[in-house]
Design a protein around this ligand. Sequence first.
Ligand code: COA
Length: 163
Amino acid sequence: MLAIYPGSFDPVTVGHLDIIIRAAKIFDRVIVAVLQNPSKIASFTSEERVMLLRRVTAGMENVEIESFHSLLADFAIEKGAQVIVKGLRAMSDFEYEFQMALANRHLNPDVETVFLTSGAENMFISSSMVKQIAGFGGNIDAFVPMCISEDIKIRLNRGVSSK
Ligand code: COA
């Protein structure tokens, strides 16, 4: 079974990686789909986010990273995916995720949204939080995978913003 795990991943965090690892154990193939949430301003380009994800998932044979610029429901049809995976951190995520799941089911009734609960230790982590801490020179080592931590610090301390 093929699952898609969509998100902005601006940048990928340990919370995202936890969901990817667990999804890869459940499904035959997982496509991590990087896209731009139109209501957010990205700090990393789409190419940078894809590269960071490829580095943190290196060696995971059933995980692929792609970017897309369409409706998630259409991307799922294009790929032949049966499942959309989303991570749920807290009740505050629920209402938005429920709405998205219903909209996606309306657009593509052949795809089910499956929620994986976030690990308790990752409940409070978000990409914005990582960016804010790194932007002020704080330590983000606990929040992003070790192999990309230094590059994220350097990149965000440069203060370069990309669309
Ligand atoms: N651990 C840690 N952080 C997590 C997490 C986890 N398990 N899961 C989510 N987060 C964080 C993300 O980093 C993000 O943080 P930020 O707000 O600081 O950037 C936040 O929680 C929200 O994540 P998510 O709900 O995945 O939103 P997103 O903006 O990353 O992605 C899309 C949303 C891209 C999946 C959604 O907008 C989409 O599908 N767009 C395509 C258009 C479409 O088809 N829309 C549906 C029809 S209305």
